[in-house]
Ligand binder design. Structure first.
Ligand code: ZN
Length: 353
């Protein structure tokens, strides 16, 4: 893309595909800035003569300063010639595309290159898609289109054929970790764990840090591992709490899965843990938990997650899961006195109800 900017050979439309949070929107903004940056123009609108454009290119179209009036407007999404079209509800509707057509029929206010970003283009309904296709077939001058989607196959082939396709891969654990360390007050170990759980997505990672995911994880794992020692009403209260926190319920289940996964993986790949900070606990418990039981627990968590995603009653699904997991999460030696026979040597071998 940089070379296309330098040679001025940009196509009319790009398609950026990849999972959520891998930088598609950021790349669209960067492209808009690079096409319109005023640094080096000497029009007084920028910080003339300072350490502006990267590499000191003084207006090279491949770079943007991030500080001139144009760049700042694009970053704050207030630039009048950068148009964002987002799904209204579940779809991008034809009226939205018609409104876009109307705006594109007018002259640009100030931009050298006008930019249109159709975010989540896979949500274009058929009529909206066909209307957009007409614009792409005869695009207005100096107007660049960027469509974003999870994958190219989600789009109408006719639209796909009009775009230069650029794929965005999930971001590596290492890169997410470095980003978090640079932008948040988070220590390296926590950043690494969040990065492992963010599924290659920077926006996932950001939300996790901002919503104090580590504290939530600590609480879930601690409660889960001690559940077999608690009475039934405590277990049900745990289940109820998780079910009511519907915005984080699937995250909570992912945390449980990460814990079970670490216990299963530890004997074979001890350097591949997600919850690396809990290695002592993992070492102790992993020895006591047969792999088959861990796989069974994992299957039960996945079943609960699937039924919740399919709109099953979350409370019932969680009650069922938590009761099933309570005993299974106990270490082998703690499971033995389960038929009413108390062991006699223990001081506080409290029985679950
Ligand atoms: Zn600039």
């Amino acid at each position: 893309m940089t070379s296309a900017l330098e040679t001025g050979s940009l196509p009319n439309a790009y398609l950026f595909t990849g999972p959520e949070g891998v930088g598609k929107k950021t790349a669209a903004q960067a492209l808009a800035m690079a096409c319109n940056c005023q640094a080096g123009e000497g029009d007084g609108a920028h910080h003339a003569g300072d350490q502006t454009a990267e590499g000191g290119s003084g207006g090279s179209p491949a770079f943007s300063c991030g500080r001139c009036r144009s760049c700042r407007k694009i970053l704050s999404e207030t630039h009048p010639d950068v148009h964002w079209v987002l799904p209204a509800g579940n779809y991008i509707k034809v009226d939205q595309v018609r409104e876009l057509c109307r705006r594109l029929s007018l002259k640009p206010y100030e931009a050298k290159t006008r930019l249109v970003v159709i975010a989540e283009a896979h949500t274009l309904n058929p009529e909206a898609g066909n209307t957009l296709l007409k614009i792409l077939e005869a695009p207005p001058e100096k107007t660049l289109f960027i469509l974003t989607a999870r994958q190219g196959s989600d789009l109408l082939p006719t639209i796909l054929s009009r775009c230069r396709h650029i794929r965005f891969n999930p971001i590596s654990r290492e890169n997410i970790k470095h980003y978090l360390e640079a932008h948040y007050a988070i220590d390296a170990r926590d950043a690494d764990i969040v990065a492992a759980m963010a599924d290659g997505s920077l926006s996932n990672a950001r939300v996790m840090v901002e919503k104090n995911w580590m504290a939530h994880r600590n609480w879930i794992i601690k409660t889960l591992t001690g559940l077999h020692e608690q009475p039934i009403n405590y277990r049900l209260a745990f289940s109820e709490f998780l079910a009511k926190d519907s915005g984080r319920l699937l995250t909570s289940l992912d945390i449980m899965k990460s814990w079970v996964r670490d216990l299963a993986v530890y004997p074979y790949l001890p350097d591949q843990l997600i919850n690396k900070d809990l290695i002592e606990e993992i070492t102790a418990r992993s020895e006591e938990m047969p792999t088959r039981r861990l796989l069974d627990i994992n299957r039960q968590i996945e079943t609960a997650a699937r039924s919740i995603q399919a709109n099953a009653n979350a409370r019932l699904a969680m009650d069922h899961l938590v009761i099933a997991l309570s005993n299974k999460m106990a270490c082998r030696d703690r499971l033995r006195p389960s038929n009413g026979e108390n062991r006699t040597n223990g001081k506080s071998n409290r029985h679950p109800v």
